[in-house]
Ligand binder design. Sequence first.
Ligand SMILES: [Zn+2]
Length: 244
Amino acid sequence: MSDLPTVTPPDWSDVKRVLVIVAHPDDADFICAGTAVQMARQGLEVTYMVLTNGDKGNHNPEITRNQLIAMRKIEQRKAAELCGVKEVLFMGEEDGFLQSTRAIRKRVTREIRRIRPELVISTNPDRYFVGDGYINHPDHRNAGLVAIEAIFPAADNPMFYPDMADEGYHPHKIKYLYVHGHEQPTLRVDITADIETKIEAILSHHSQFSDPEGAKKRWRETWGEEQEDGSVRYFESFKVMKFG
Ligand SMILES: [Zn+2]
């Protein structure tokens, strides 16, 4: 059992809009689908931003990269719909080679200024290893980097991209950043009531799973945390950054 604070449901009373910035189609569903469901249920507008096109996410030689890109968009839209997510933005960077370039920083900053989220969820740019058996995908690190470099110093500074004012997009400062995959999370969202929806959302990404039933069983076992009363609960954890 973790001694981290668990808040059910979390207080998002000062949040109207949420932007989730991730590398691949399916990342948002793994890291925060349960949280997104709860946010949507509370009336928050949740937008997913998928930075890469996911064109490396399959080993079947009969599927072309363009077919895979199209399939993964459909899958991600379906998953988002299940969770009550308002919109999915596909930024189209090449899978496997995501970098925090000046070009993508500008495009992400424009979306932050357009959507004006109070809360952003993204991945930890510092996480090279996952447990003892996985190297974290570099796109996951770089998605976190793209997110934080757009949030600060670009999005709320009028000296960055002054031309965006002509498009009607003005500087914007977010209030909260939820970082997934941090070694010291400070918030655990209890998603037990929505674990089925989360699993269904992840499995909407048909191109990613050859044995969905096996995956389902494995996730239920590895993600569930047994409580003192013998019940099993599920959580999504984040390090919360709060900006004054
Ligand atoms: Zn990924």
